[in-house]
Design a protein around this ligand. Structure first.
Ligand code: SF4
Length: 495
């Protein structure tokens, strides 16, 4: 059976987000972006979670035929149902020209079934309800009696102690009523999407907030190709209503926004910086912020992974697990920098070594400087929970956090070169052009996660492991050195 003949569940979800995305997928597949490595990792993690979730309902029949063998999957499912099976994994159903695969089906009583969709997320999202609703709709249209429809998601309150406890690892949310509520709308939507797929004309949908919600669209590059590199869409927190208003006035470049157009103070500063091609610096606020710095200065950065399945004792699903820290220390204004670092070896829990490193390498006084302190603060809080004998020191560090991103995130320093962003990767090349991440083996946080996951796999040769570890150290060290330089820039700016 050719996939051209029906709509799959993922196509239905794609069509809900944007009809044009569905049409492009079916008619112009070559325009789709290559799946980024970070997304591939999420898919792989979802797959692994799905397999573990089956053990929560053991002894079922797995429908083995994959998405390229739909007819076989439907036959296997029918055979399993006819054989009196009481638990099915990956059962296939086709109705209303739509194909769904249900993660887990569990028989209740004589002839009704509970449907479980498994997600490696920490909570229920609207899109999950739509996902389950279409499965339920199609399964029921084939004659299956569905008595309950549930989401199994990661229970991020569960703390692993020894072997995984599957009853605690997953939270099960009953969405029977919610999916019933969507039932009528699904028939209408399926008819609508079928017409779109059959049409030879691309839907006229323009770009909008749906391009990135609930997912980043795979056709973003195609649809956004005519939008300039720095446009009104980069104006910080500008509402979609105002964006549409500007587009209707023919405005695309920030510098063309007419005088008097209602903007927030931050947006107005961004516009001024762009029009004048000059940084807008709030000396008073930056000076006030800098005066809060206390020596010794500890420039701290963590790299983390957040696996859905907690890999170690005292870890939770999807919790940020720091595996690396870089620390540049300046003891006094006139002294030089000391660099200290810690990196887990990938074979064992990196956190005990990291906690020792933090407590032994930082003074009991002085600022702890992080870029976006919320993240490092959260990591320190979670470490303190899991290592109660060091919690006092870790929480004291958290108390002393100073945010080196604040001047940029609060628009006290706005530069046209930032293009409306304030991440260190955007700010650094503008203010400290001699420092670059380009060419680094590990060049961003996602690269760092991928590298550490490879180290954890235990499949690397010693040389490969060494090369990755060197890349990780260079990258994390660059992040803390970047903060040192940015504080210098801020000081010079207000000197
Ligand atoms: S980029 Fe936006 S407009 Fe284009 S297909 Fe995707 S969601 Fe639709």
């Amino acid at each position: 059976m050719s996939p051209k003949n029906y709509l799959s569940k993922s196509q239905y979800i794609r069509g809900l987000q944007c009809p044009k995305a569905l049409w492009l997928y079916r008619h112009n597949f070559e325009l789709m972006r290559k799946t980024p490595a970070s997304l591939q990792r999420i898919f792989a993690q979802g797959h692994a979670v799905g397999e573990i979730a089956r053990q929560r309902f053991p002894g079922g029949i797995l429908i083995k035929a994959d998405h390229r063998h739909t007819a076989e999957a439907l036959e296997e499912t029918a055979a399993a149902l006819n054989s009196g099976a009481s638990i099915l994994y990956e059962a296939a159903f086709l109705a209303d020209n739509t194909l769904v695969r249900t993660d887990i089906l569990v028989k209740q009583g004589l002839d009704s079934w509970s449907l479980y969709e498994v997600k490696s997320a920490a909570e229920v999202k609207d899109i999950h309800i739509q996902d389950i609703a279409v499965q339920r709709h199609v399964a029921e249209r084939t004659g299956l009696k569905v008595s309950s429809a549930c989401l199994m998601h990661m229970n991020n309150r569960y703390t692993r102690k020894g072997s995984l406890e599957l009853e605690k690892l997953f939270a099960i949310v009953n969405l029977t009523d919610e999916t019933l509520f969507l039932k009528h709308g699904i028939s209408v939507k399926l008819t609508e999407l079928a017409k779109i797929v059959l049409s030879n004309r691309e839907p006229p949908t323009g770009i909008g907030q749906w391009c990135s919600a609930p997912h980043d669209c795979d056709f973003y590059e195609h649809c956004w190709k005519d939008i300039p590199d720095y446009s009104i869409y980069d104006l910080k927190h500008l509402s979609w209503e105002k964006l549409v208003e500007l587009r209707q006035k023919g405005v695309m470049e920030i510098r063309d926004i007419p005088d008097g157009f209602p903007l927030s103070p931050q947006q107005a500063l961004q516009l001024l910086a762009e029009k004048n091609q000059k940084a807008q610096i709030n000396h008073a606020e930056i000076s006030k912020h800098l005066r809060r710095l206390r020596y010794p200065l500890h420039f701290l950065d963590f790299e983390t992974i957040s696996p859905a399945i907690p890999p170690y004792d005292n870890s939770r699903p999807l919790e940020q697990l720091p595996f690396q820290a870089s620390l540049h220390v300046q003891d006094r204004p006139e002294s030089g920098l000391r660099h200290l670092e810690y990196l887990g070896n990938g074979r064992e829990d990196p956190r005990p070594g990291l906690v020792d490193f933090l407590c032994n390498s930082t003074s009991s006084s002085g600022s702890v400087i992080a870029y976006n302190k919320e993240f490092e603060g959260m990591c320190l809080r979670v470490l303190a929970e899991h290592f109660p004998d060091r919690s006092k020191e870790l929480l004291a560090m958290r108390q002393r956090l100073w945010d080196s991103a604040e001047s940029f995130s609060k628009a006290h320093f706005v530069h046209p070169g930032f293009k409306g962003k304030w991440s260190i990767k955007k700010v650094l090349p503008v203010l400290v052009p001699e420092m670059t991440y380009a060419g680094l083996a590990v060049a961003n946080g996602e690269d760092a996660q991928a590298a550490y996951i490879q180290l954890m796999s235990g499949k690397l040769s010693p040389e490969e492991a060494e090369r990755l570890m060197a890349g990780l150290k260079e990258y994390c060290g660059q992040d803390t050195l970047a903060m040192v330089r940015l504080v210098e820039v801020l000081r010079n700016a207000v000197a």
